[in-house]
Ligand binder design. Structure first.
Ligand SMILES: [Zn+2]
Length: 329
């Protein structure tokens, strides 16, 4: 080996290898969660699910914090719990990667939610293991949301996204919302026939970074260019001004049926999303940390001089462009 080559080899050794998502482990989590059976909010089975999640996080060296409350649904009062695992980073500003772990309540058939509920929780558990050993430039918070599903048969009004709404409200109250710089939502990613579309509600720059990563990984056969519009746990975060993206495959024949079982999902689909999220993460961090350094957050403050200096038409345009700026950041 020549000297230059040796030095290169040593330099490579000094750099920690990038984290790898292991779909074998994620699949085992998914299988265990499905084996618990239906896991609607407030049930003994979701309590068992929480125990599984907490135990697995502990095995990865992480402590889960419980955020518990009672919420009034159109049907009944339900005890709900979000689980939060924090992986420290060089900065206190954080990226939240979230998914729901409850399954929709169906009385007329047995619904185990292999993709809708288990896939997101299983994904987060494996991501926790993968990111725990990484040197993270920003704090990463893994958020397991309760009460995503509507209690009533249909998705209507505020009878859904209980966990995400509660989290945002609590973060607003305790002042931790300001340090939340991006929200990445994972939902229903187990579909054997994986096709994830862009969501028109999601923040464009964040969506672009993820779809770019998919393209670079040659996985754009799963992350399609078409766009749909999805209502999900990211909406309360978007409403609070947090750049957010929903990674979801809603084009799933077995959705909310007795057939959302192990047969309908695959480890390969979990791997695809794991590879894409891990590839996109450094880009997201680069985008956010660059923003923090360059703007020092001052660009976000009100722009009082603008209003006095321009006529009404120009003002409207400026107001519009500042709204675009906010939406794009
Ligand atoms: Zn659902």
């Amino acid at each position: 080996m020549g000297k230059a080559l040796l030095l290169t080899a040593l330099a490579l050794q000094a750099v920690a290898p990038p984290p790898k998502f292991d779909s074998g482990r994620a699949w085992e989590h998914l299988r265990q969660l499905v084996a618990i059976g239906p896991r609607p909010a407030g049930s003994p089975a979701i309590e068992q699910t929480r125990k599984y999640i907490k135990d697995q996080l502990a095995a990865a060296g992480l402590t889960a914090t419980e955020q518990a409350w009672d919420d009034q649904t159109p049907v009944d009062k339900v005890h709900m719990v979000n689980l939060i695992a924090t992986i420290p980073g060089s900065r206190k500003e954080r990226i939240v990667i979230a998914g729901h772990y409850d399954t929709k309540l169906f009385r007329e058939f047995r619904f185990v939610g292999a993709s809708d509920g288990a896939s997101s929780a299983a994904f987060l558990l494996e991501l926790a293991r993968a990111l725990k050993g990484r040197r993270n430039p920003m704090t990463i918070e893994l958020l397991f949301l309760d009460g995503e599903e509507a209690r009533m048969p249909d998705w209507h009004g505020t009878d859904n996204t209980y966990g995400s709404r509660h989290y945002v409200e609590a973060a607003r109250h305790d002042g931790s919302l300001a340090a939340l710089k991006a929200f990445v939502l994972i939902d229903m990613i187990g579909d054997r026939d994986l096709d994830i579309r862009r969501d028109a509600n999601s923040t464009p720059w964040l969506t672009n970074l993820i779809w770019d990563a998919a393209k670079q990984k040659d996985l754009d056969g799963y992350f399609l260019a078409d766009t749909t519009r999805v209502e999900d746990d990211h909406l309360p975060f978007l409403a609070a001004g947090v750049p957010s993206v929903d990674i979801i495959d809603l084009d799933y024949e077995q959705w909310h049926t007795a057939k959302d079982t192990l047969d309908a999902v695959s480890a390969r689909s979990l791997q695809v999303v794991g590879d894409v999220v891990l590839a996109a993460l450094p880009q997201i961090e680069a985008h956010l940390t660059k923003g923090i350094v360059l703007t020092g957050r001052r660009l976000r403050s009100p722009r009082p001089y603008v209003v006095t200096k321009v006529n009404r038409r120009a003002k409207r345009r400026l107001v519009h462009s500042s709204a675009t700026y906010r939406a794009a950041h």
